[in-house]
Design a protein around this ligand. Structure first.
Ligand code: ADP
Ligand code: MG
Ligand code: MG
Length: 905
């Protein structure tokens, strides 16, 4: 059978279904499903994503040829249902051409509305509708959209002008009006004439008159847009493969611009920012398509309650609100009721919060899209937990619905409450995306990127944002816009990114050229500090410090559900009691990596540490180590106490010694004085520590083998700390970890020293505690000989940072020089230091676990590299059978959720 490339829908029938998103795209699949469940949707058809792939491989001519018969037949179906004919002069059937990939890619692909119009058809539409203004308004919109999207007239950079916008402004200006709705038929005719001239001027060709030419132009433009720069960037940011392709939806037009009984809008079945179970949305009367989102006029709220809330935030009185910005419930009560019923039906059916688009044509409601709505991390959790309680979904679905990465935004600091209470907002806007942000003002996305690269915190301030600003938005701390509603580009994108955003802030005037803005008269230049509260919409002058977030009951419930299904435990990497406590609050059940070297950089320890390193002989080293012992013991006591009852893996000294000694003259002089030897001696000793390749030099257990007294001191500090705490009723469970083992004998030698010291301390104290001795597996040779090492070790901890470095042969410190290029060129799909390389490094991990457990089934295995907090890597760890992952404190909840997901997948 010939491959089916086109799927039709309309009038309660559809060839597709909601579960066919891979083939029909998200939009097409849901349009089909809405038809099937009796929601009013204009008829249309979907060209499959497979055709997009054919288009990229075989080209335009082939695809048009092969599609023609199916598309013509599908168009007849639309014509029949609409009682109009595509390309007809008297009774033309107009369509929209819409893109739709598997998952929504906001702003990536552009839609063309009112396709099929030309100089004759516009008259036909005018006669048939009896509404000349509507006909010409549709025509001018069509030329504008078609010109931008299909004929490539959309401005590419901020210097470029949009010829259509310019003409629009001129015509409005000449007439002395501000809004597009103030233009009359004659103005619209004038616009059409000048738009077409602009097309001719720019492209050298007349605007296409034939409806079919228009259609194929638009269909191919959708396919082309799959490969445009923005789409490619978005795919890269989200790791979506190019092979997915986009579908094309062709759909009969319904008109929200037919006058005061028509409207268009967008709505959410629940609050996308907070997750509250409140239907909400925005609409505009006598408008079309994306007018609501584009901010051409101030959008109005659908519900009365929402409208009142909005007015309050905007400082608008009830009288003014009711007169100028009535809710849909007030302006079109019947349609509003219909919409409320429909949104409930959609949510009940799809069992998730829906983001919908609707149009009201002359009092009749039509749905144009429904999809699972983008939401903040907080809303994600609240909606999932609420829907569990409301009986929509079960616990496993709750876990699947929550994206571990999105927990991140909840865990991050909010404004310091005291300082916030003492600060007065300089203005207020819409709380478009919650959270707190503070930073320096910049006005252009590329500047935001550049400043952020220099390590600066920036707030991107724009009149409104567009998809071109994506990169800049991603690097900014927060986003402030002067215009746009809750569903503006800035708001939707910021929520998706989990980034704080205040939109439509009152009294904000931005001057891009002079790089300044005034907020209610006060001037802010580029580089000045402001702070945003995306939860309230408040904007503050200056830099307001932040504090840790509070975790609500929904979060705790989610974590409880996660723990119920998970097999792995989650530990943390922590070197201080404070970090250990933070991680414990986030649910860490132990420390997987406590580095001891950071402790030595503290002021009281760096001098004896240097004495130890610079000492001439063992005797000198032992003297210095004696000074370090009580200090180190104190550090361990703090950490053990914070982790009372949970295991703490302490890694013995790991980095090359030269990192600890002073390299400047002043520092070396100081050490000479402390140690009472000559400056030259010190200088020589420091020089002698220099290595050509320190990462592969005298470090890790090579240190402990060369200077056993260091291992002795550290072991003694660990065990004495644990024994002393035991007397206070605190349970320390130390796991002593030898770093950088490559040869089993390296480990054996260290283990002997450790054991001997432990027994000695035990007998001195006439007491003992539970302990373990194990090793990092971070050198490929250790992984390859794991069966030998496992005989000696109680546990393995995979140090995947070093293991990645040594398996790839990439210096962690120099990788930035070529990694971005590798990723750009597709040589590497991801940064292997961020996302575990499952095919290479992961195989070493897998092998070592298997062969280690073959000789010692109870061998405890964990991971302590950066990868321990990255969801896909955590899932891999589950599959290879690790007992735990260990990650930085703030990633602990993310790892807990990812581990649970791995267990139920
Ligand atoms: P996006 O993916 O950017 O949301 P859409 O294809 O959904 O783009 O369309 C853009 C706008 O045009 C939306 O507001 C949508 O509701 C509207 N629209 C699309 N097709 C039609 C149609 N056939 N009739 C009326 N409005 C339409
Ligand atoms: Mg769009
Ligand atoms: Mg849409």
């Amino acid at each position: 059978m010939e491959k089916k490339r086109v799927y039709t829908f309309g009038n309660g029938m559809a060839e597709g279904r909601a579960d066919m998103k891979n083939l029909l795209g998200g939009k097409g699949a849901n349009l089909a499903e809405m038809n099937l469940i009796g929601v009013p949707v204009p008829p249309g058809f979907t060209i499959t994503t497979e055709v997009c792939t054919e288009y990229n491989l075989l080209g335009r001519d082939y695809v048009v040829e092969v599609l023609k018969p199916e598309v013509e037949k599908a168009m007849e179906n639309i014509e029949k249902l609409m009682g109009a004919k595509f390309g007809d002069r008297e009774n033309p059937c107009l369509v929209s051409v819409r893109s739709g990939a598997r998952v929504s890619m906001p702003g990536m692909m552009d839609t063309v509305l009112n396709l099929g119009l030309n100089d004759d058809a516009v008259e036909g539409i005018a006669r048939k509708s009896g509404n000349e203004r509507f006909a010409w308004d549709s025509y001018r919109r069509f030329i504008q959209m078609y010109g931008d999207v299909v004929l490539g007239m959309k401005p590419q950079s901020k210097e470029d002008i949009d010829p259509f916008e310019e003409i629009m402004e001129e015509v409005k200006h000449a007439k002395g009006v501000e809004l597009d709705t103030d233009l009359d038929v004659a103005d619209l005719k004038e616009l059409v004439k000048r738009f077409k001239m602009a097309v001719k001027e720019r492209t050298g060709k007349d605007f296409p008159e034939s409806a079919w030419d228009q259609l194929w132009g638009a269909v191919c433009a959708v396919f082309d847009s799959w490969m445009n720069e923005r789409a490619i960037l978005y795919r890269k940011m989200n790791n979506f493969p190019e092979e997915w392709g986009t579908a094309v939806n062709v759909q009969a037009m319904v008109y929200g611009n037919m006058g005061v009984t028509s409207a268009t809008g967008v709505a959410f079945t629940r609050d996308a920012a907070t997750g509250e179970d409140i239907f909400n949305g925005e609409y505009l009367i006598n408008a079309q398509g994306e007018d609501v989102v584009a901010g051409v006029r101030t959008p109005q709220q659908i519900t009365l309650e929402g409208s009142r809330r909005w007015a309050k935030l905007q400082g608008i009185s009830e009288e003014e609100r009711a007169a100028k910005y009535p809710s849909l419930e007030e302006s079109m009560p019947e349609c509003a009721q219909e919409l409320i019923k429909t949104q409930q039906k959609l949510e009940d059916y799809f069992k998730d919060m829906q983001d919908l688009e609707f149009t009201i044509q002359d009092g009749k409601l039509w749905l144009l899209q429904t999809r699972s709505g983008k939401r903040t991390g907080a809303a994600m959790i609240k909606i999932a937990i609420d829907m569990l309680h409301q009986g929509y979904i079960d616990e496993k679905t709750v876990l699947k619905r929550c994206d571990p990465e999105k927990l991140d935004e909840l865990l991050h600091p909010v404004f310091d409450k005291k300082i916030l209470a003492a600060s007065k907002p300089i203005t207020n806007g819409l709380p478009a995306s919650p959270g707190a942000a503070t930073g320096q003002v910049v006005f252009h996305a590329d500047e935001a990127e550049a400043w952020a690269k220099d390590g600066k915190k920036v707030i991107l301030c724009r009149i409104e944002t567009s998809p071109e600003d994506l990169r800049g938005m991603a690097t900014a701390q927060g986003i402030l816009t002067a215009r746009g509603g809750m569903t503006s580009h800035a708001a939707v994108v910021a929520r998706g990114m989990g980034k704080c955003c205040v939109s439509a802030a009152n009294g904000v005037v931005i001057n891009y050229k002079e790089r300044k803005m005034t907020i209610n008269g006060k001037v802010f230049n580029e580089g000045d500090w402001i702070s945003l509260n995306g939860t309230t919409g408040n904007v503050y002058e200056g830099n307001i410090p932040t504090q840790d977030a509070e975790l609500g009951p929904d979060f705790l419930e989610l974590m409880k559900i996660a723990d119920k299904y998970t097999r792995m435990s989650v530990r943390t990497n922590a070197d201080t009691p404070h970090d250990a406590q933070v991680a414990r609050n986030f649910g860490a059940t132990g420390i997987g990596l406590c580095r001891t070297e950071h402790m030595f950089f503290e002021e009281d320890k760096i001098i004896p540490m240097r004495e130890m390193i610079l000492a001439k002989d063992e005797e000198g080293r032992r003297k210095a180590l004696e000074k370090l012992l009580p200090l180190q013991k104190k550090d361990f006591k703090g950490i053990f106490a914070a982790m009372d009852g949970f295991p703490v893996t302490v890694r013995l000294l790991d980095p090359p010694l030269h990192e600890f000694v002073p390299h400047d003259e002043k520092g070396q002089m100081e050490m000479a004085k402390v140690m009472n030897i000559s400056y030259n001696d010190i200088h020589e000793r420091v020089e002698s520590l220099m290595e050509a390749n320190p990462m592969l030099g005298l470090r890790g257990c090579r240190l402990g083998n060369l200077y056993p007294e260091i291992t002795e001191m550290q072991t003694r500090a660990i065990i004495e700390a644990a024994l002393e705490l035991k007397k206070e009723g605190i349970t320390a469970i130390p796991e002593i970890m030898v770093p950088l083992t490559g040869i089993v004998y390296e480990f054996k030698a260290q283990k002997e020293i450790i054991e001997k010291t432990i027994q000695q301390v035990f007998s001195e104290h006439s007491d003992s505690i539970e302990y373990k001795i194990g090793t990092m597996i971070e050198i490929p040779r250790a992984a390859l000989t794991a069966h030998k090492i496992a005989k000696e070790a109680d546990f393995f901890s995979f140090g995947t940072n070093d293991l990645t470095q040594m398996t790839f042969g990439y210096s962690r410190d120099d990788v930035a020089k070529f990694l971005p290029l590798y990723i750009d060129k597709g040589i590497l799909k991801q940064d292997p230091f961020a996302v575990l390389d499952q095919n290479g490094v992961g195989q070493l991990v897998n092998m070592a676990v298997q062969s280690g457990r073959a000789v010692k089934p109870i061998l405890k295995c964990g991971i302590c590299g950066e990868h321990g907090g990255e969801p896909s890597s955590v899932k891999f760890c589950h599959h290879v059978g690790l007992n735990y992952v260990s990650c930085s404190p703030f990633r602990v909840p993310i790892a807990r959720l990812a581990a649970a997901q791995a267990a139920i997948e």
